[in-house]
Write a protein of this length. Structure first.
Length: 138
């Protein structure tokens, strides 16, 4: 199976959402993992935003990239800064998404930022699955 790792700064929201979407869309064909340059904690608004679209990431936990053992077939960074890509990934992709955890305002305003990022990540993961599943990708 194709092993895909999603990376961001703290493995609290963006990479967790991407991992959740890949498991939900194609967990029978891909091994999805996520990590951060520094582990922190799963953001409750990320869990809530994903639950709204039927994906439960509440059992996932924040991990440091140092906890994962490579190589990876695909490495995708989902941060708006330059996240490091570990060596050994056959395909390396950079998807730039703003960190929704930095959003300010009311809880509803902050949740809206998570929804925007969630929806963008969902579109990218869906396209990744389609690309990797095509015969020319193998």
């Amino acid at each position: 199976m194709t092993r895909v790792v999603f990376l961001c700064g703290h493995n609290a929201a963006r990479s967790q959402m991407a991992e959740g979407f890949l498991w939900a869309m194609a967990g029978d064909r891909f091994i999805a993992e996520s990590a951060g340059t520094v582990a922190s904690a799963l953001h409750p608004l990320a869990v809530r935003a994903m639950r709204e679209v039927g994906v439960d990431i509440s059992r996932q936990r924040s991990k440091s990239i140092d906890e994962l053992v490579g190589p990876f077939d695909v490495c995708v960074t989902v941060c708006d800064a330059n996240c490091p890509i570990p060596p050994g990934a056959t395909l390396q992709l950079r998807w730039k998404f703003a960190d929704p955890a930095l959003a300010r305002g009311t809880e509803d305003e902050r949740l809206a930022a998570f929804r925007i990022v969630r929806d963008g990540i969902e579109q990218r993961v869906r396209a990744l699955v389609a690309t990797l599943a095509s015969p020319s990708a193998t």
